[in-house]
Design a binder for this molecule. Structure first.
Ligand code: ZN
Length: 136
């Protein structure tokens, strides 16, 4: 690893210390005045990309859709309830609701299987301990 660090100064007056992307003058991109425009353009692009993603999300996703993928049984119930309501109000096609129902069923079966495996493993450990004690 390089010992050369940025010569720039942070807002609190301490030395920057960055080792990444140093210029010939020993300045990182944040402290190099020659690359200031590049930084500003990057920030602007990031803002535009985020705004575009939000606009797409707002335009495509129906009202009230649960945010993010389901991770728990409660999340799955929220998704199913939302899909029922959305299909009844003709917000989403019946085919989409059917797919959500299938996914929810598969997801819940996966959770159940996982939980049963964990419980089985715990019971295996208990049996193992009991057998050890019985041998004594
Ligand atoms: Zn720096």
């Amino acid at each position: 690893m390089s010992d050369v660090t940025c010569r720039g100064t942070k807002a609190d007056g301490s030395r920057c210390g960055s080792t990444i992307g140093l210029s010939d003058e020993g300045l990182c991109i944040q402290h190099d005045p020659k690359r200031q425009r590049l930084v500003e353009e990057g920030i602007q692009r990031s803002i535009e990309t985020r705004a575009e993603k939000k606009a797409i999300r707002d335009a495509i996703l129906p009202d009230g859709i649960p945010s993010g993928p389901p991770r728990t049984v409660d999340d799955c119930v929220k998704w199913s309830a939302w899909a029922m309501n959305a299909v009844a109000l003709n917000v989403i096609p019946a085919r989409t609701a059917e797919c959500i129902a299938k996914c929810a069923t598969t997801f819940l079966a996966g959770l159940k299987h996982r939980d049963q495996e964990r419980e089985l493993e715990e019971l295996r450990q208990v049996v193992k301990e009991l057998r050890k004690e019985a041998k004594r």
